[in-house]
Design a protein around this ligand. Structure first.
Ligand SMILES: C[S@+](CC[C@H](N)C(=O)[O-])C[C@H]1O[C@@H](n2cnc3c(N)ncnc32)[C@H](O)[C@@H]1O
Length: 341
């Protein structure tokens, strides 16, 4: 990431149209760049935004105390599906619902940070670590409700009692051991195809794009993150789509989508800019990917596009992969560097 950021200078604007976990914006602000990003997935928007808008620790602790002092409703078992009965201890569930109802993560930076911290603790290997709120589950993706219920029942797994407020305090202390970046970035919960319209203040400002688009026919981000989406106000069951077409199966549609994304951010680009893209998945070969990217950038941005460098990247490394580390069929990834003029 440091190597990629070197294609911009301190104070210049770095943009990521597919923010994911927010690695690009986070590294950009750490390195004194201005940073902007967007994502259609609320989990990605919340986590990315929290990373580049960390409030003072006192404000976080005061808000947690305030929330804890408010009366916490009790949600009767009849209100819950079998999944929720088995996923969270009843008191833990009440505390989570209390946060789910009260955190205004879309509008308030303190609440956004608390929501993002909660998302990180929401589910995981709770038999190994006391920091997760849920019954046993992978940390990276939320397993489907029926499968989870069957698995917990078969293996006699009961949900642990976790004190949500206590664990959040521990998490905040831990995160603030190193002071968060002092400058901030701007992350919107929007479709990248609307970026220029939604970021009018950045017209002609973007010097560097560092991004990794969703790969062709690889991942369904809405399904994989369904429990975290629930916590942010979403449905009690997985929803195969967020109402946006973020998974493309057919090649022509995929390249058409990427062309629209580049077109949607074209007005934000400076006259001379760099675009760094990580691409992969098992459905497209190297030549196809190179050609598709070059062509979609040319048509979408409407500028001269020169390929400066391309290479096969180390698939095990990099923060981008931790958003979806076991993306099925992702065998290889390629990094591209384009000069735009
Ligand atoms: C950074 S991740 C990609 C990681 C890796 N390339 C993969 O496919 O496994 C891609 C992000 O793009 C987001 N996304 C998908 N369609 C989008 C769109 N139209 N506008 C903005 N973000 C979008 C997804 O929600 C996801 O967070």
């Amino acid at each position: 990431m440091q190597k990629h950021l070197a294609w911009s200078k301190p104070g210049e604007l770095v943009f990521d149209p597919f923010s994911g976990r927010g690695t690009t914006v986070f590294e950009a602000v750490l390195n004194d760049r201005r940073a902007a990003a967007c994502d259609t997935n609320p989990v990605a928007a919340c986590v990315s935004r929290a990373k580049v808008n960390a409030p003072p620790i006192d404000a976080l602790l005061a808000r947690l105390n305030e929330l804890q002092r408010l009366p916490i409703a009790h949600y009767e078992k009849v209100d819950k599906t079998d999944f929720f009965l088995l996923c969270f201890h009843e008191e833990t569930y009440d505390e989570l619902m209390h946060l789910r109802v009260n955190l205004d993560w879309q509008n308030d930076p303190v609440d956004c940070f608390l929501a993002a911290a909660s998302l990180g603790l929401l589910h995981g290997e709770s038999h190994r670590s006391p920091r997760y709120f849920s019954n046993r589950m992978p940390r990276t993706i939320s397993t489907k409700p029926d499968y989870s219920v069957r698995w917990w029942t078969k293996n006699n797994c009961l949900p642990p009692r976790r004190d949500v407020f206590e664990l959040l305090r521990t998490e905040i202390d831990y995160r603030y051991v190193t002071p968060p970046p002092s400058n901030s970035g701007r992350v919107l919960h929007i479709d990248a195809r609307e970026a220029s319209a939604q970021f009018p203040e950045y017209k002609g400002e973007v010097a560097l794009v560092i991004t990794s688009p969703p790969y062709l026919d690889t991942t369904n981000f809405a399904e994989d993150q369904w429990l975290r989406l629930w916590f942010l106000g979403g449905a009690e069951r997985p929803n195969s789509s967020l109402g946006v077409d973020d998974r493309y199966i057919r090649r022509e549609e995929y390249w058409g989508f990427l062309r629209e994304v580049w077109a949607g951010m074209a007005d934000m680009m400076r006259s001379e800019a760099r675009v760094i893209v990580r691409m992969g998945g098992s459905k497209l070969n190297y030549d196809e990917t190179t050609e598709g990217l070059e062509k979609s950038l040319l048509l979408g941005l409407g500028k001269k596009v020169s390929l400066v460098e391309k290479r096969v990247s180390d698939i095990t490394g990099g923060q981008l992969r931790s958003f979806r580390p076991n993306a099925a069929g992702t065998k290889v990834e390629y990094d591209y560097h384009f000069a735009i003029s």
